[in-house]
Design a protein around this ligand. Structure first.
Ligand code: GAR
Length: 204
């Protein structure tokens, strides 16, 4: 295997997806290629970013399917059908079951906008994470990239970066600073690290 075939799962604006696309273009990601972007929501801006970059897109809506099992079945069929080696959750707002995570053991990573184990787990996503961090009064927050297992935000940590919380921060301001200073850097770097490992392993 020369390059890992990457799928990025999204639910929203897709700034982390954009960071991955840019990193592939600039060569920061050289051991993998983004082949597919899947959204669980139609019409999100992340899909437009993917299309603009010439990447195949797919929408699989959880609510149009009878159960979580059926949703995950569809995801697996699409991912295996596209011969995906490696999955990046980039603002993907669905919790995945053990059935799904064990199918791609050590081949799924996620970016979370806090320093795990703070402000993570079920219910902590998007702006809620930053609201909780500000309400607690922490002076440092940041981002974490970790492997995905059946425990929400509970898999092994790959990279973390700390970001200063400043006087007068709103959740939106803090979110943006954490994205710029941490997420958009450590997500592509982690993606390359794990893809390279995968490629090296398979070429042994
Ligand atoms: C990012 O801040 C990401 O870390 C967070 O949602 C945002 C998505 O933004 N993810 C989570 O909270 C997952 N628990 P994006 O769509 O612009 O990449």
């Amino acid at each position: 295997m020369l390059k890992a075939r990457i799928a990025v799962l999204v639910s929203g604006g897709g700034t982390n997806l954009q960071a991955l696309i840019d990193a592939e273009r600039s060569g920061i990601i050289s051991s993998g290629k983004i082949e597919l972007v899947i959204s669980n929501k139609p019409g999100v801006y992340a899909l437009e970013r993917a299309e603009r970059a010439g990447i195949s897109t797919l929408v699989i809506e959880k609510k149009s399917l009878p159960s979580r099992e059926a949703f995950e079945e569809e995801l697996i069929a699409a991912l295996d059908g596209a011969k995906i080696d490696f999955i990046v959750l980039a603002g993907f707002m669905c919790i995945l079951s053990e059935r799904f995570t064990s199918h791609y053991k050590d081949r799924i990573i996620n970016v979370h906008p806090s320093l795990i184990p703070s402000f993570c787990g079920e219910g902590f996503y998007g702006l809620k994470v930053h609201e909780a961090a500000l309400a607690y009064g922490v002076k440092v927050s940041g981002a974490t990239v970790h492997f995905v297992n059946e425990i929400p935000d509970g898999g092994k940590i790959i990279m973390q970066r700390a970001v200063e919380v400043k006087e007068g921060d709103t959740p939106e301001i803090l979110q943006r600073r954490i994205m710029e200073e941490a997420e958009w850097k450590i997500l592509p770097e982690s993606c390359e690290l794990v893809c390279k490992r995968l490629v090296d392993e398979r070429s042994k």
